[in-house]
Design a protein around this ligand. Structure first.
Ligand SMILES: Cc1cc2nc3c(=O)[nH]c(=O)nc-3n(C[C@H](O)[C@H](O)[C@H](O)COP(=O)(O)OP(=O)(O)OC[C@H]3O[C@@H](n4cnc5c(N)ncnc54)[C@H](O)[C@@H]3O)c2cc1C
Ligand SMILES: Cc1cc2nc3c(=O)[nH]c(=O)nc-3n(C[C@H](O)[C@H](O)[C@H](O)COP(=O)(O)O)c2cc1C
Length: 615
């Protein structure tokens, strides 16, 4: 049964917005829309058709410090073009749902800008902007559910039901659902295969989902013209990982043509604990062998790793994957009344908070959920459709290719409840799918510019890469010009951890950098804040204030004032560090607080104040 065409675009860094978009796609398909769900940038080649799209739903998260996810940057750039006439999207009905975290200063800023821009281009906005907030006790779902309740009638008002059709209810039987999906799929099939989009809910989509879990299938579809992958891939790994849609949340770009569809199977060359054995946290220095992959990276880049499932867990029905909160999917297949009632409650508005507690907060796996609902027998297709893919994890590269050719080292903090790296070591040689991506941090163009680096915990990883790069370049230049080479300006590193004895990692390396002059000599070059060693907790921002005069001197130095870098926890640290720098500017530069804040803002805009933060 033909239905109106609906385009669902998403911009997602870690997969949440993608999950929402796919959910909207599935629900729209049940409502007879011919749906295409795809990452924003994948639509760019067809962007000329945008004014002719009847309806657009855009789901966008905010990442970094108020930044766009990397899979919408190109489309966003296009939409911002001044040459686009104000009414050029006059024919399109649009809706925007944003995902963010109100703990960040730039809360949901991407979706807010996107909404305003679509409106300015003349799109008829179907309903107000939806704002999902991680801080809510039910997460982004709390805002999503009521927003969807407004979206469907708003769309229906523009696109009446096809003749003879009636709106499907939540309690539809599986046969009805499949019939609805098949009907919509038939209409969408031609366009979807042409677009490379997923057709949520359709048999084709299910096949695509199943196939997408195998990299070799993805390679045939997306990497046809690229160099062939030579390495053997473990079957269990192949079955467990890989993106389901036409683009992962964040694309590759680190050389060698590797990315989410075609990762490089890198050998874990070494794995060394760098915190004391008695320290509460296990932080590892992992070294990956990039072999002759051709993967290259710059200091400040990140390495993406795809987590792997042990073969036994894969065999146990995609064990350890997350589970989509749409309990109605499972509800169709539950045979016991008590279990069906519990799921019915979960899928009701009253049960939303409980579902969030049960599912998201507890981080339950598919196998655990199926263990709780023993009578549930969902078809494999449904399971594949509803269970989100394993997302790649990003890690700041802690080494420089100049110091460690064909290697990428990472400082990885292992969380207590999950020991994936240790588990993988059991099998002997460990192969991990990886690719390199451009990170948010970039060295200044000249080594004559001093660096002020603030990296508590594993946030120090990119600065190890910076310093290795500068030391190696200086050594190479010195060798080439027999001692006449320009030397990098001595820099400052602020490092914070719990205790000098427990987690002051890379200490000898920092001291060697001081001795070599890449870091400024004591007392200014290496400034540590050990939060648990003294009677009072001390953090990096306090050290910045204590060394205000030296910080200000480096910032003002002519002709190359220092560039500032902050990396590590996205929680409160970046804002507190920014506050400390503002105080330094106000105190040392004799500025009003507003002028100091404006100075920092200008530094941010010009790239002299860079932040890479993660949670
Ligand atoms: C640009 C960038 C650079 C990064 N660089 C580094 C780096 O250099 N070093 C580094 O260590 N990390 C880094 N990270 C973070 C890293 O990507 C991962 O997010 C982190 O290692 C956690 O991943 P995970 O797979 O262990 O946990 P996930 O499964 O992704 O869980 C994430 C968090 O959720 C919580 N959680 C989830 N399930 C449970 C549960 N069952 N019980 C208790 N808590 C739970 C935990 O707090 C956990 O830390 C970086 C992130 C980004 C975006
Ligand atoms: C490293 C990082 C930076 C973030 N920065 C912001 C931000 O600046 N503003 C905001 O509102 N939310 C921010 N968030 C919260 C995300 O937008 C939120 O977790 C969202 O659900 C992620 O969706 P995604 O998985 O589709 O990217 C950030 C999250 C992370 C992990």
């Amino acid at each position: 049964m033909p239905g109106a065409s609906l385009l669902v675009l998403y911009a997602s860094q870690t997969g949440n917005a993608q999950d929402v978009a796919e959910r909207i796609g599935r629900e729209a398909q049940r409502r007879y829309y011919a749906v295409r769900v795809l990452p924003a940038d994948a639509y760019l080649p067809r962007v000329a058709q945008l004014p002719g799209e009847p309806a657009l739903v855009f789901v966008a998260s905010t990442t970094g410090q108020g930044d766009q996810p990397s899979n919408m940057r190109q489309l966003w750039k296009f939409l911002l073009r001044k040459s686009l006439p104000p009414g050029s999207l006059g024919g399109i009905r649009a809706a925007v749902f944003g995902l963010g975290d109100s703990g960040y200063p730039k809360y949901n800023v991407v979706s807010k800008k996107l909404y305003r821009r679509l409106e300015a281009l003349g799109a008829a906005m179907l309903l107000p902007l939806g704002l999902g907030d991680d801080q809510h006790r039910s997460g982004y779902e709390a805002a999503l559910d009521p927003w969807l309740e407004l979206l469907w009638p708003a769309l229906r008002a523009c696109f009446p039901l096809p003749p003879g059709a009636s709106e499907p209810a939540l309690g539809d039987t599986s046969a009805e659902l499949e019939a609805a999906a098949a009907a919509a799929a038939a209409d969408a099939a031609a366009g979807a295969s042409r677009d490379g989009a997923t057709t949520a809910g359709s048999a084709a989509h299910w096949e695509a989902l199943a196939a997408a879990r195998q990299f070799d299938v993805q390679q045939q579809q997306h990497g046809g013209g690229q160099q062939q992958q030579q390495q053997q891939q473990p079957a269990s790994s192949r079955a467990a990982a890989g993106p389901a849609t036409t683009d992962g949340p964040r694309g590759g770009g680190g050389g060698g043509g590797y990315g989410p569809y075609r990762p490089y199977w890198s050998r874990l060359a070494s794995n060394r604990r760098i915190t004391a054995p008695t320290h509460f946290q296990d932080v590892r220095l992992l070294e990956f062998d990039l072999g002759c992959s051709g993967i290259s990276y710059q200091p400040g880049d990140v390495l993406a790793l795809v987590p792997q499932q042990p073969a036994a867990a894969v065999d146990a029905l995609l064990a350890r994957c997350g589970w989509d909160p749409q309990a109605w999917v499972l509800r169709q297949c539950v045979r016991e009344e008590a279990e069906a009632e519990r799921l019915a409650h979960f899928s009701s508005p009253e049960g939303r908070d409980e579902l969030y507690e049960y599912n998201q907060r507890e981080g339950r796996t598919v196998l655990e959920v199926l263990g709780d609902f023993k009578s549930a027998q969902p078809p494999l297709e449904w399971l594949l459709q509803a269970a989100p893919r394993l997302q790649p994890r990003l890690f700041s590269i802690a080494s420089s290719l100049a110091a460690h050719p064909a290697r990428a080292q990472l400082a990885v903090a292992i969380v207590e409840w999950a020991t994936p790296f240790r588990r993988r070591r059991r099998g002997g040689e460990v192969l991990v799918p990886v690719w390199a991506e451009r990170g948010a941090l970039r060295l200044p163009p000249t080594p004559a510019t001093p660096l002020i680096m603030v990296g508590p915990g594993t946030g120090v990883a990119p600065f190890r890469a910076f310093l290795q790069e500068r030391a190696a370049a200086a050594a190479a230049a010195a060798a080439a010009s027999a001692g006449e080479a320009p030397f990098p300006a001595p820099s400052m590193l602020f490092f914070g951890c719990r205790s000098q004895a427990g987690d002051f990692y890379f200490r000898e390396e920092w001291e060697a950098m001081q001795a070599a002059g890449v870091l400024a000599p004591p007392p200014a070059g290496l400034l540590t804040a050990f939060s648990r060693d003294g009677p009072r907790k001390v953090y990096v921002q306090q050290r910045i204030r204590e060394h205000a005069a030296e910080v200000w001197r480096l910032l003002q130095q002519q002709p190359h004032g220092a560039w500032v870098y902050v990396a590590g926890s996205a929680d409160k640290m970046p804002a507190q560090v920014a506050q400390a720098f503002e105080e330094v500017a106000a105190q040392q530069g004799g500025m009003a607080p507003a002028d100091a804040a404006a100075l920092l803002r200008r530094m941010e805009l010009s790239g002299r104040y860079q932040v890479e933060a993660w949670s």
